[in-house]
Write a protein that binds this ligand. Structure first.
Ligand code: MRU
Length: 362
């Protein structure tokens, strides 16, 4: 059954004026929209975590290309399709790990080339202008957005069907409506499985240093009236040992061709603890998160963010003066620790390169 109740949050919305993002840095205490009207603003918003979560970053970047085309065409109707490459590069440089960003930019680039053959060279003779590309590119960005929501709903059903019996689940980071076009990946499965009576309670890791679990996942689940208990990241193994936890369910920023999974830092710890305690480990991600160009997780570029994010809380220094910090934003869970990968194209149990390739062929 598709669970559509309470699916009202949208992190990314196109308005006539531009792109409106719900500022995720200040949720849940303040609900403020940020209106963006150019590609540079969109790149900065992704870098600075106004919007975050792999699929949401991809959708945002697609709308960023629309803003770029609108501005480039207004400035130079004859050369916009060539000039926009600079904006595509700028958007691509915003964050390195979530492959959905590069996937969405490539899809928009391909669309530009299809609509305007010959681009990035000018599609018209120098000095002549073709039609305004904004409506056609906006239609493609909207399609990417809608497809992501549809994929999430479908994954919700597929993932929930993998869960037998009723129990507690653990999740990490935020993988809900805020992290995607809508509904969520791992949180979408949790929504669907809860509606089907398979989940008693969700234990959410707080997810230091950005507290996506405490601020965003707990907020989404409370709104959906799904029982949620927040815990420090280090509490998961202790909880598993007590029994009653059936699944750990997480999202991903990039999945390699062999099924290795990059996700928010701390996911690997969770997978190790889950295997040790006989808790099943599920990864939920659309195929736009699967990077078949890389053989294994060793090739994934892990983003290192500012040490200040670890040394401080809410802008207030908490660490001892003189201490240094290491702040990798993601880790890689080896495929051997993953029980199930759920995509909109199907479910892969105990992932191998062969099974991943077969799933991608669909
Ligand atoms: O740094 P973030 O908040 O962008 O990291 C997000 C995650 O790691 C999510 O788990 C991942 O993107 C999957 S979201 C559907």
């Amino acid at each position: 059954m598709t669970e559509t109740r309470h699916d009202s949050i949208r992190a990314v919305e196109w308005t006539g004026q531009g792109l409106s993002l719900l500022d995720q840095r200040i949720l849940p205490l303040r609900h403020e929209q940020v209106l963006l009207e150019d590609a540079a603003g969109v790149a900065a918003a992704i870098r600075d975590m106004v919007v975050r979560g792999a699929p949401a970053i991809g959708v945002t970047a697609a709308y960023g290309v629309v803003l770029a085309a609108r501005a480039r065409y207004a400035r130079s109707p004859a050369t916009w399709a060539q000039d926009i490459e600079q904006d595509l590069q700028l958007l691509a440089a915003s964050r390195p790990t979530a492959v959905n960003l590069f996937w969405a930019l490539e899809r928009m680039r391909t669309h530009i080339h299809t609509l305007y053959p010959g681009s990035p060279a000018p599609s018209t003779k120098q000095g002549e202008g073709g039609a305004d590309p904004t409506p056609a590119l906006l239609a493609e960005a909207r399609k990417i957005h809608e497809e992501d929501i549809a994929a999430n709903r479908h994954m919700g059903e597929l993932g929930a069907a993998c869960i037998e019996g009723r129990g507690r689940v653990i999740t990490h980071c935020n993988t809900g409506s805020l992290a995607t076009g809508g509904y969520g990946t791992a949180l979408g499965v949790i929504r669907s499985a809860y509606a089907a009576g398979k989940i008693e309670r969700v234990f959410a890791d707080e997810t230091r240093p950005w507290l996506q679990g405490a601020r965003l996942t707990a907020w989404e689940l409370v709104q959906d009236q799904i029982p949620v208990t927040l815990m420090a990241d280090g509490a998961a193994a202790h909880l598993m040992r007590q029994g009653g936890v059936t699944w750990a369910i997480v999202g991903s920023d990039r999945i390699a061709a062999n099924g290795d999974v990059a996700n928010k830092i701390g996911t690997y710890n969770l997978a190790v603890a889950a295997r040790y305690h006989g808790v099943k480990f599920m990864v939920v991600a659309p195929t736009s998160t699967v990077d078949m160009k890389i053989k294994s997780g060793a090739e994934i570029h892990i983003e290192n963010r500012s040490p200040d994010e670890v040394l401080s809380l809410n802008g207030q220094r908490v660490a001892a003066p003189g201490a240094e910090a290491w702040n990798p934003s993601f880790d890689v869970t080896p495929a051997a620790l993953v029980d199930v990968i759920v995509t909109e194209k199907g479910v892969v149990h105990a992932p191998t390169p062969e099974k991943m390739a077969a799933m991608m062929r669909g």
